[in-house]
Design a protein around this ligand. Structure first.
Ligand code: ZN
Length: 206
C-alpha cells in the first residue's frame, strides 16, 4: 500500500517509493501466521521456519526483479531460410496464485512462427519463469508470456498453452485434486488462420 504525501511547497500529491519490509518484520509476520494456524512458533521444529519462509518467498517471487523482455534482446538474424514453427514444449513451471498465495504447478508450451529472426530456445523458458515467479493468475500469465514474445520478437504468430493445477483448488475449498486448468493465447497467424492454429496445437500434443 502506498501512502500519499502532501507536499507543502508546490502542493503536489507525490507517492513515495514502496517500502520494502526488513527481514525481521517478515519473520514476525510469518510467526503471526503460524499462530493463526493454531500452532506455536516457539516450538523447536518451527523456530527457523519464519526465516526460511521469508527466503523461500524471495525465490518464489524472483521475477519481480527481472525484466522478462531482456531475455529476448539477443536475436539471431541468420536462420537459414527456416520459416516453420519453433516450439518449446511442456516446460515445467511453478507460480503462486495472487488470491491465496498457493502454488500453481504446471507446464507451458510456447511456440512462435519467426518473421526474420529467432532467439535461443531456452530464452522462451526464461520469459515464462520471469512472469511465473510473481503472484499470478493463470490467465494473465498466459497473456503476458504471449504478449512479451509478440511485442519484442515481432513474429508472424505466437501460441502459448498453459496447463496447471492450483493449490488453492486441490488443497482447500472444493478440494479437487488432479483437476487441471488450461489457458491459451493465440496471436497473429495462429489466431487468424485455423489451419495454422490446428498445426501448432497438434505439435503441442493437443
Ligand atoms: Zn488461488
Amino acid at each position: 500500500m502506498h501512502e500519499h504525501h502532501h507536499d507543502p511547497i508546490d502542493g503536489d500529491i507525490v507517492a513515495p517509493p514502496p517500502k520494502i519490509p526488513v527481514p525481521e518484520h517478515v519473520a514476525e509476520a510469518i510467526r503471526t501466521l503460524i499462530r493463526w494456524t493454531g500452532d506455536d512458533p516457539d516450538r523447536e521444529g518451527l523456530l527457523d521456519t519464519p526465516q526460511r519462509v521469508a527466503r523461500a518467498w524471495k525465490e518464489y517471487c524472483a521475477g519481480y526483479g527481472e525484466d522478462p523482455a531482456h531475455h529476448l534482446s539477443r536475436v539471431f538474424e541468420e536462420v537459414g531460410g527456416y520459416d516453420e514453427i519453433v516450439l518449446l514444449k511442456d516446460i515445467p513451471f511453478q507460480s503462486h496464485c495472487e488470491h491465496h498465495m498457493a502454488p500453481i504447478t504446471g507446464k507451458a508450451s510456447i511456440a512462435y512462427l519467426p518473421r526474420n529472426h529467432v532467439v535461443g530456445i531456452s530464452k522462451l523458458a526464461r520469459v515464462l519463469h520471469a512472469f511465473a515467479r510473481r503472484l499470478q493468475v493463470q490467465e494473465r500469465l498466459t497473456a503476458e508470456v504471449a504478449d512479451c514474445i509478440w511485442n519484442h520478437l515481432h513474429p508472424v504468430g505466437v501460441a502459448v498453452v498453459i496447463e496447471a493445477q492450483h493449490g488453492c483448488m486441490t488443497g482447500r475449498g472444493v478440494r479437487t485434486p488432479g483437476v487441471g486448468m488450461v489457458t491459451s493465447r493465440m496471436m497473429g497467424v495462429f489466431r487468424e488462420d485455423e489451419r495454422s492454429r490446428a498445426e501448432v496445437l497438434k505439435l503441442m500434443g493437443y
